[in-house]
Design a protein around this ligand. Structure first.
Ligand code: GRF
Length: 197
């Protein structure tokens, strides 16, 4: 497909399994040929993030930008924006990026910024979602892909997946079950955004 390259930049903090699922889908489903789109860069706020090494092995540009080196949230976000904007992305994908973003950052990428959250939003925004779902006696849990607004874990819902909460679940077993579904819905949501242009 001719036309402008559609670059996707993914931000991670840790293992990057959602990032890897998106990269693998992009290859298997031919996003390059179908949408002229590719994952062009993976950026982490932690130098040792496991996902960075994996992305590098796939030939993707990687950057580590340690937030601890910056005096303020605003200064970090400004530096992060500079790194991201080198790739002129059509989409900035937060995949286990464990930072609260400043309103300036969110505004800058308005309409291009998506996140995955490990709960059925609007339930359980914030942290420890799996333990909180178990403690509340929820029969079902899940994950949500949503657009990012300056309010934490809000914004239009793009996709969701539901899993059962089993009687002997711990936060870890539930998290693992939810994560398998995250790997299905996140690539699917990104693909739909690309298809929608
Ligand atoms: C996922 O559960 C995601 O929903 C949450 O952090 C976890 C990141 O996992 N925000 P990974 O780095 O994609 O493996």
């Amino acid at each position: 497909m001719a036309g402008v390259n559609k670059n996707i930049v993914i931000l991670i903090s840790g293992s990057g399994s959602n990032m890897a699922a998106i990269v693998e889908s992009s290859v298997k489903q031919g996003w390059q040929a179908r949408f002229n789109a590719r994952v062009s860069a993976v950026i982490s706020n932690k130098a040792g993030a496991q996902g960075l090494a994996w992305a590098e092995e796939q030939g993707i540009a990687t950057r580590a930008l340690a937030h601890t080196r910056f005096a303020s949230r605003e200064a970090f976000d400004a530096a992060l924006m500079t790194e991201i904007d080198r790739f002129e992305p059509v989409l900035v994908v937060l995949a286990g990026f464990m930072r609260i973003l400043t309103p300036g950052f969110v505004q800058h990428y308005e309409g291009r910024l998506v996140n995955i959250h490990p709960s059925l939003l609007p339930a359980f925004t914030g942290l420890n979602t799996h333990q909180r779902a178990i403690d509340m006696g929820c029969r079902f849990a899940g994950a949500t892909v949503h657009r990012v607004t300056s309010e934490l874990d809000h914004g239009d819902i793009l996709d969701q997946a539901v899993v059962p909460v089993l009687p002997d679940d711990t936060a870890e077993t539930l998290a693992a079950r939810v994560l398998t579904q995250e790997h299905v819905i996140y690539p699917r949501a990104v693909e739909r955004l690309l298809a929608a242009g």
